[in-house]
Design a binder for this molecule. Sequence first.
Ligand code: PLP
Length: 402
Amino acid sequence: MINEYNKFLVSTSYFQNKKLQIGVPYKHQHILSLQGFNKASKEICSWNDYHPTPLHLLSDLAEESGVALIAYKDESCRFSLKSFKALGGAYAVANLLIKKLKEIGITANSSDLIAGTYTELTLKITVCCATDGNHGRSVAWGAQKFGCNCEIYIHRNVSIGREKAIAKYGAKVNRIEGNYDDSVRIAAEVAEENSYYVVSDTSYAGYTDIPKDVMQGYTVMVDETMKQMKEMPTHVFLQGGVGGFPAATVSFLVESLDCPPIFVVVEPTNADCLFQSAVNGEPTVVHGDLDTVMAGLACGEVSLLAWSIIESYVPHFMTIEDKSVSITMKLLANGKTPIVAGESAVAGLAGFLIASHDSSLKETLKLDNNSRILVFGTEGDTDEKMYEKMVGRSATEVLKDS
Ligand SMILES: Cc1ncc(COP(=O)(O)O)c(C=O)c1O
């Protein structure tokens, strides 16, 4: 089956960020830091339903693709939300409420919020954001868990299944005409008019504090992974939307490791804002419908803070086409240990498998039989109908015999 990745080479693009100096020490602590991670970890690990997600070793796939190891961090069972985004948006909501209470002289933590100690005060607050699904679900879940109101903006292509999954947590969900970037702008306008607090996973000029918290929440997943790995990875393939997830991972690994791995950012061909920004050497907007099956990666504008980390430490950028997604989802579903991986979860793995079929790309990326590959399966069947359509079986059926 993995020979099939050969055919995706023609439609794959690659760009090397030649401006980058390998081995430069981490200097973006003003955005994301180990100190920020410690704070996030203390809060998130205190939530009653917290537990680390599993790390699977895909030994057969590693052997077939000629590397020493492929480690797959499986976020399909992150809380009840089925994606790593549960860590970011919800943490940012908790932190916002903690800060607002502090302004009126109350020192609180997430446990106080979960216990409802200050509900009378926090219920006066409304959080608001745009989403293509997973981030909004996290914010809505966080608002319900920590005791505030929530209003979410989704764009025209967000599936009904994803809409319902957000509404389940009591949020008011509004669907707009236009794409993801339009929904970001509308959410910001509505928040301004109504004195809501925007809890966005993307940062833009004049709006940076809360997206830092969102990204810092993601680093808890990276820390778990490092504790689960016996040997550090040599390569990490990271799927990118606005760039928050790759930036969080890169920041944590570059700051904490003496010899950080080689990073490769992978995006859908039709929504390649990080790739285009790398090509142009500056944040670059990708226009149009951003049409891709990888719903979580359908972003046309980079997060400015995330970009500043990515451009400093990521040497390699790839784009992949949608057709490589369903085959990778099936590969994981049919593996020795069946894994439920959603459409946006597999881009990093697909990018690696495609690269492993091209000798010149392998050489450029320094991939050989000593390489230890790390990928993050960032979601499970967050859109259940879409998962079943693409894999041919539901998640329950996939996991039946495991
Ligand atoms: C499942 C999944 N993976 C990866 C990403 C990419 O994250 P970011 O937009 O922070 O780059 C997203 C974004 O929503 C996502 O939902």
